[in-house]
Write a protein that binds this ligand. Sequence first.
Ligand code: RIB
Length: 310
Amino acid sequence: MKHQKILVIGSSNTDMVIQTRKFPAPGETILGGKFFMNPGGKGANQAVAAQRLGGSVSFVGKIGNDIFGKQAVQLLENEGINVRYVAVDPENPSGVALITVDSKAENSIVVAPGSNGTLNPADFDKAQPELESAYFVLMQLEIPIPTVEYIARLAAQKEKKVILNPAPAASLSDELLRNLYLITPNETEAEILTGIRVSDEASALQAATFLHNKGVHIVIITMGAAGAFLLENGSSGMVPAPLVKAVDTTAAGDTFNGALVVALSEGKSLQESVTFANLAASVSVTRPGAQSSVPYRKELNVSPNPFPHE
Ligand code: RIB
């Protein structure tokens, strides 16, 4: 099987999660349910998803000089991810996320970026050998946007395929959009990027066309349980997701992105890749946590299997 290398650049966090029946109102204290910690951060989650689902993955990020950061990197290494160029910030702590998950499987997340917020172009320059050998570059927005812009520019100059998951939501420069091969906003992020409220297929097409006209080759708008809207070269449509009972939607988007890039790295068609990503994300929402919820490839041998010959 063809296997192009994937370089993920982004955040790693330690997630502290409390399950709760409902979210507290401002100023309210409520008693929640179970507490657990597990590794997270959109960058690290996407690297783990890509690796567990069969990719060949390197991760570049920045941790603090503390136990949380060391543990996060050790866990990535245990997965088989190349972590040679993870930088260490001597001053700031590693990233932490405080997460509550309600009985409807929705989450609310506050991230203290810490060292993720100091990942700068000079840190990335040390990791340039990884860029040379990568075919796909996958990023998110939990590291400084100027760093994302720098890497996207460099990668595009080297004709790498840059994929951006624009989360958490932010507005982005035209130059950054021009350097992207593929972008994967959810409905909220798509609205912030385009000013178009995405609520159905027609509005998704409008928002996707807006981004496409800015120079992004492929636009995929993830639409939760409904699946994903896909626009490429004038053809577009919904790719539905399997129906499952969700318990925790944390890292569903990360699993989607990791799975998507793996399928693309194997030369699968865009439609097949999105079907695979929907399937992987649908499994992740049936389990609690971020990296703890990401499935392995062998777990996806369920019907419908987008790659029935494996
Ligand atoms: O996308 C989920 C992730 O967002 C969590 O793991 C948390 O760390 C935040 O980065």
